[in-house]
Design a protein around this ligand. Structure first.
Ligand code: MG
Length: 302
């Protein structure tokens, strides 16, 4: 079998692999890449090079160019139902939307008068609500943001109401909430807790909640990621979770079973599905953007 793949459950993982597809390195030279987001109308991938303070753009056949610099140490990116870019600016401690004419609208920067920590990753639900994590990573040093104090005093996950723009904490019970994604039916929300990066014996798992309107209920651990931590992940149309890990990308079935792994030459931070059929998995490593074709498709609005 292709050495880029490690199959744990042959029957369940084999259909998701393209046997002769290799992990391709598309671009090298980032310091820490995160926040890949696919824009199908332009057939382009945007992703953040956080320490270098820029958002990069990759186009098939067109190479890589700078999309935005400075980016306020942009981290997670996603696309809303109107095709607009939503960005976690971890250095500016805010979440923004880039309008179709290029204007930037600030969506969230304070909660109850206090500055956010450093928004990390973001998803948009079909009802227009915007859900994002706000760990303290980018205020711990000047590397991926600006060193500073937490005004909120906790690491929370927020929901931005589409009707009035109000912010609410949906959970503050994770050590370092990081990547997040809805299940295909949006009845579940998966959230990575990468607390092990700064806490000995800290969590390195993905938890899952039932989504009850604007609330989250019934937290349980979905999968523990080893080696490394789950930073970011995406969900395919069958509900499988494709998550970053220290040795590449791990694929988990909806029941939490590990199906297999994609091996990469370096640690992976975030992933997203893209390409003409959303069947190409883009993986942002520390220094390099990788991609591999797979036998499934990502959800339309990751
Ligand atoms: Mg992250």
């Amino acid at each position: 079998m292709n050495p880029d793949f490690e199959i744990v459950d042959y029957r369940r993982f084999r259909p998701y692999l393209v046997a002769n597809a290799k992990v391709e390195a598309l671009h090298a030279g980032t310091r820490w890449g995160e926040g890949p987001s696919w824009f199908p109308d332009a057939q382009m991938l945007l992703w953040s090079d956080i320490p270098n303070n820029r958002i990069l753009r990759w186009v098939e056949g067109g190479g890589v160019s700078v999309f935005r610099e400075p980016s306020n140490n942009a981290n997670g990116n996603t696309r809303d139902r109107q095709g607009r870019l939503i960005t976690c600016e971890s250095g500016a401690r805010r979440v923004t939307r880039t309008e179709l004419n290029g204007d930037i609208t600030v969506l969230a920067e304070r909660f109850e008068g206090k500055r956010l920590n450093s928004p990390n990753d973001v998803v948009v639900r079909s009802d227009g609500s915007i859900w994002f994590t706000d760990p303290d990573y980018a205020i711990l040093s000047d590397y991926t943001g600006i060193k500073g104090e937490s005004e909120i005093g906790r690491n929370a996950v927020f929901r931005l109401d589409p009707a009035d723009g109000s912010l609410a904490i949906v959970t503050d019970e994770l050590v370092k909430p990081n990547g997040l994604a809805f299940s295909p039916g949006e009845n579940l929300l998966y959230i990575a807790d990468s607390g092990a990066t700064h806490q000995q014996d800290g969590p390195h798992h993905i938890v899952v909640y039932d989504v009850d309107g604007a609330c989250l209920r019934h937290r349980r651990v979905f999968a523990t990621i080893d080696p490394g931590v789950p930073d970011g992940f995406r969900v395919d149309v069958d509900g499988n979770i494709w998550t970053s890990a220290e040795d590449g990308v791990h694929c988990y079935a909806p029941d939490g079973a590990l199906l297999g792994r994609i091996r990469t030459p370096e640690v992976i931070a975030n992933v997203t599905f893209g390409g003409r059929r959303r069947s190409r998995l883009f993986m942002t490593g520390a220094s390099t953007l990788y991609a591999v074709f797979v036998g499934t498709r990502g959800t339309a609005f990751p």
